[in-house]
Design a protein around this ligand. Structure first.
Ligand SMILES: [Zn+2]
Length: 487
C-alpha cells in the first residue's frame, strides 16, 4: 500500500499563524476491490481526554494520482466525482474515541479524500497533558499526527508527506520526526500518528537527522540546550547499541497557561511545553529531555497498565541521570538536583505503597498515580544496580540486564524475561526484591547512592495529600565531592 499525505496550511492574515490546514490523502492499492463498510479512513477525536483537531467535511473520490507533487500542484486530484461516506463513532481502544469513514458499494482500493482541520486553540485557562494535541501558537502549529491525520488502516505502508507552503509567508518551513520538509519512507500507521509535526516560522538548531524546533523567543538558550542534547543523543545511541542512522527531533511549544513544563515522547521525537510561569533552564531541560530521549530504547510490554510502567519510566529516570554524568555532559551538581527532583514526587505520593497493577487502574484519573512509577522504578533500579555491583564485585551492573532486554527480540521485552535475567544475576534474592516492589513496598534508596558521592538525608512529615505520615529522602553532594564539579 502507498499513502501520500499533502498538507496546505492557510495563514491567518499575513503572518505565519495558521488558521487551518487543508489535507489531501491518496491511498493506492492497485487491483483491490473494497467491500461496502470497509474502513477507508479513521480520525481520532479525543485521546486520553485530549481533544484532536476539529475536522470539516470529508469528501472521497476514486483516484490514483499520488506520489511526489508534480506540475499540477499538491492539492489537485479528482475533485469532480467526490462523494461522502457513512461514518461510525467508537471507542477504538481504551480512552481513544475515533470516527471511521466507511466504503460504499463498488469502490476499488485506490482512492483519495480531502478535509480541513482547525488546529486547537487554548487560552490562559487551558491545560494539556499528554501533549497529543495539534495546536496553534503565535508563529505556527505543532503537535502529534494523531490529532490531525485521518489515515486508512494499515500495518506498514510506503508513506509520503508533502507540504504546500505557497499560502504561508516567505521563510516558513515544516518538519516532522523523520525529516524536514517533504519526504517519504516506509512507516507504520503508529509511527505516523504518534510522532510530531510542526509548521510555520520555525526556528531550529539541527545537524543531520537530529534537531530542535521552536517558535518565537524561548526564555532559555535554545541553541545551547540543543548542542548539549546533540552530544547526549550521540552518547545514548552508542550506549544502547543503535548502529542504524535513525532521526530524532525535538519540538518546543509555548503554553499560554501556567501549568506547563510537561513533555511527551513520540516515535523518534518529542514535544515539550513551557510557559512564562514555568520557564525552564538549560539544566532542567537537560533533565526532562534526557528522560524523553531514553524512551527511544528500553521498553517492556505494559499490559495491563502498571505491569511495566515502573520499568519504562524507571529506566528513563535512571539513565537520564547516569548517562549524562558518564558522558561528562553534566556534573555532580546537576545530578544532585536531578536526584532530588525524582525524590519529591515519590516519597510523599499517596500511591507510594499501592501495588503496580492497582496504581495502573488510576493512571488516567489521577496524575499522582501516574507519577508514582517514575520514582518507584527509579529507586528500585538504582537499588538493583547497587546489588548487582556488590554481588559481582563490580563486574556486573543494571546495564547488563537492561541491554540484554533491549537487544533481545521485541516479543521478549516482557516482565517474564526481566525476571529470568534478574534471577540469573541475583537468584532468589533478586526475585523477592522484585515481588516486593511490584506489591508496593517503599523503595528506600541505598544510603550511598552512586558510589557514595551523595549522602542520604531523611525527614518525616505529612504526605502530599496530608492523609498520612511519610518519610521523605533527599540527597546532598558530600562536601569533599563538591570540588569535583558542580555543573
Ligand atoms: Zn517518561
Amino acid at each position: 500500500m502507498r499513502v501520500d499525505v499533502y498538507i496546505r496550511p492557510q495563514p491567518e492574515g499575513s503572518g505565519p499563524d495558521v488558521a487551518f490546514m487543508d489535507i489531501r490523502v491518496v491511498v493506492e492499492q492497485p487491483g483491490r476491490k473494497l467491500a461496502a463498510g470497509e474502513i477507508l479512513a479513521e480520525m481520532t477525536e479525543t485521546i486520553v481526554g485530549v481533544p484532536c483537531c476539529e475536522m470539516g467535511e470529508v469528501s472521497f473520490a476514486q483516484s490514483v494520482c499520488g506520489g511526489p507533487p508534480g506540475q499540477e500542484g499538491l492539492m489537485e486530484g479528482n475533485k469532480k466525482d467526490s462523494f461522502s461516506c457513512e461514518t461510525t463513532r467508537q471507542e477504538a481502544s481504551p480512552h481513544i474515541q475515533t470516527i471511521r469513514f466507511l466504503a460504499v458499494e463498488g469502490m476499488v482500493g485506490s482512492y483519495e479524500y480531502r478535509y480541513r482541520v482547525w488546529p486547537r486553540r487554548v487560552g490562559p485557562e487551558g491545560h494539556s497533558a499528554p501533549l497529543f494535541d495539534f495546536r496553534a501558537e503565535p508563529g505556527g502549529v505543532n503537535g502529534a499526527g494523531v490529532a490531525f491525520l485521518a489515515l486508512p488502516p494499515f500495518e506498514r505502508a510506503q508513506a509520503g508527506l508533502y507540504w504546500d507552503l505557497s499560502a504561508m509567508p516567505k521563510g516558513c518551513s515544516a518538519a516532522c520526526a523523520f525529516f524536514e520538509g517533504d519526504g517519504e519512507r516506509t512507516a507504520s500507521r503508529e509511527e505516523l500518528l504518534y510522532s510530531y509535526y510542526a509548521c510555520g516560522a520555525l526556528k531550529k538548531e539541527a545537524a543531520q537527522d537530529f534537531g530542535m524546533y521552536w517558535f518565537g523567543e524561548p526564555p532559555f538558550d535554545a541553541a545551547e540546550a540543543a548542542g548539549r542534547l546533540l552530544r547526549l543523543f550521540a552518547y545514548m545511541k552508542e550506549f544502547f547499541g543503535e548502529t542504524e542512522e535513525k532521526p530524532y527531533r525535538i519540538f518546543v511549544r509555548k503554553d499560554p497557561f501556567d501549568d506547563s513544563g510537561h513533555g511527551t515522547a513520540g516515535q523518534r521525537s518529542f514535544l515539550f511545553g513551557y510557559s512564562d510561569a514555568m520557564a525552564p533552564t538549560v539544566d532542567s531541560l537537560m533533565d526532562l529531555l534526557a528522560h524523553e530521549m531514553v524512551h527511544n530504547w528500553p521498553t517492556m510490554r505494559d499490559e495491563p497498565a502498571g505491569t511495566a510502567t515502573w520499568y519504562v519510566e524507571g529506566c528513563a529516570e535512571y539513565y537520564s541521570i547516569v548517562l549524562p554524568l558518564r558522558a561528562g555532559i553534566t556534573g555532580y551538581g546537576h545530578t544532585e538536583r536531578a536526584l532530588n527532583r525524582r525524590c519529591a514526587p515519590y516519597f510523599g505520593n499517596p500511591y507510594r505503597l499501592t501495588a503496580n497493577l492497582e496504581a495502573g487502574r488510576h493512571y488516567w484519573e489521577d496524575s499522582a498515580a501516574q507519577r508514582m512509577p517514575y520514582g518507584r522504578g527509579f529507586f528500585y533500579l538504582a537499588r538493583t544496580d547497587a546489588q548487582l555491583r556488590e554481588a559481582s564485585g563490580g563486574a556486573r551492573s543494571l546495564d547488563d540486564i537492561v541491554l540484554a532486554l533491549c537487544h533481545g527480540p521485541a516479543e521478549k521485552q516482557t516482565e517474564e524475561e526481566y525476571q529470568r535475567l534478574l534471577e540469573k544475576e541475583l537468584g532468589e534474592e533478586g526475585l523477592t526484591a522484585y515481588e516486593e516492589m511490584k506489591n508496593g513496598a517503599l523503595m528506600v534508596p541505598p544510603p550511598e547512592l552512586f558510589g557514595g558521592v551523595f549522602e542520604r538525608l531523611e525527614e518525616s512529615g505529612p504526605d502530599d495529600r496530608g492523609e498520612g505520615l511519610c518519610t521523605r529522602y533527599r540527597f546532598r553532594l558530600r562536601a569533599d565531592c563538591v570540588r569535583q564539579g558542580t555543573r
